[in-house]
Design a protein around this ligand. Structure first.
Ligand code: PHE
Length: 343
């Protein structure tokens, strides 16, 4: 009878150790330790024995049951761990994977364009500044000479953020708030460009994206004139687009500059002939510019009697579009590998 028991134990232990999945283990456990197991059967048959013998056998059976149960519990932990790592392995992404012919990926065209634009301005003696994409009403509008309810606020279709007072916090509609931040954090002279992402409640089309990028420029120094502004824009255009692209300034209006101008370049898609991309005008608007309005200087505590300056802000995505003759800007956000690979 003892020999039977130890055979039973080693057979049960082998079955438990051999269970490869949780499901298998559950079945084996029922077979080895359950109500219909040989062990249960032996417990039943203890009744046939008497006194001492019964107690001794009963104790042996209990010990075996406990050891087998411990073995099953240990096995469960092992199988669970194995199943978990198998699952992780199957679900995981190999981030080191290299697709033949694709290399390891590269910077997006817009990121490349931003870096090149920064380089052009660094070469002209500007420093790069940055600001947050979520802005206060004061930085995005009020300090830029647009008091609450100023009609010019309508020039920017604004996406507000639910924070603090209603309409007090927004996704910045342009990079101009960085002008305010820079002027508040350092005294003139100032020569900075500020690239970054902007947001407007706009419907995407060939020349517009609701999420786009601008690069802002700000110069504050003694005796800065509109001639300095025009010269800076001209130098930048030739440096970035090359001699085939021409630029022009047209009178315009911005609350934070006076006088203000719009800055346009030859449409690279039709070379100025007129096409769908430029709405048949032959020109593409890159952005706005002008002489810093004295009210803006006053808002940030710079004396407008002593300092003058100019500012500009234009679209980085538009620059990429013009430089590479991209008919429709929406391809910049579609992540079509056939487009991205070309740059
Ligand atoms: N912030 C203006 C815009 O987004 C552009 C601009 C910048 C105009 C600086 C003048 C001076 O439309």
């Amino acid at each position: 009878m003892s020999a039977d028991l130890s055979d039973l134990e080693s057979a049960g232990a082998a079955r438990i150790g051999g269970a490869a999945t949780l499901e298998e283990l559950r079945a084996v456990e029922a077979e080895v330790l359950g109500k219909r197991s040989a062990l249960a059967d032996m417990t039943q048959r203890l009744r046939e024995l008497d006194g001492d013998e019964r107690r001794k056998r009963g104790q042996e059976i209990n010990e075996i049951r406990a050891r087998l149960q411990a073995a099953a519990d240990a096995r469960r932990t092992e199988v669970e761990e194995a199943e978990r790592s198998a699952r992780l392995g199957a679900e995981g992404m190999d981030l080191t994977e290299v697709l033949p012919g694709h290399g390891r990926g590269h910077l997006h065209l817009v990121t490349q364009t931003q870096a090149e634009l920064e380089d052009v301005f660094l070469g002209m003696g500007f420093l790069v500044a940055e600001g947050p994409e979520v802005e206060s009403d004061w930085n995005n509008f009020e300090a830029l000479n647009m008091p609450p309810a100023h009609p010019a606020r309508g020039m920017w279709d604004t996406l507000y953020v639910r924070l603090n007072e209603p309409e007090s916090t927004m996704l910045r509609t342009h990079t101009s708030p960085v002008q305010i931040r820079v002027m508040q954090s350092q005294p003139p002279p100032i020569y900075i460009v500020a690239p970054g992402r902007c947001y407007r409640r706009d419907t995407p089309d060939a020349r517009h994206l609701p999420t786009f990028h601008q690069i802002e420029g700000l110069v504050v120094d003694h005796g800065i004139t509109f001639g300095d502004l025009a010269g800076t824009i001209e130098t930048f255009t030739t440096a970035y687009f090359g001699p085939a692209i021409h630029s022009r300034l047209r009178p315009s209006y911005f609350p934070f500059t006076e006088p203000s101008a719009e800055f346009e370049v030859t449409c690279a898609v039709c070379k100025g002939e007129g096409c769908r991309t430029c709405s048949q005008t032959g020109w593409i608007e890159l952005g706005g510019c002008g002489m810093v309005d004295p009210n803006v200087f006053t808002a940030v505590g710079i004396d407008p009697e002593e300092w003058t300056g100019f500012a500009f802000g234009f679209g980085i995505d538009r620059c990429a579009q013009v430089r590479h003759g991209i008919p429709d800007m929406r391809v910049l956000t579609e992540n079509d590998i056939r487009f991205l690979e070309q740059f």
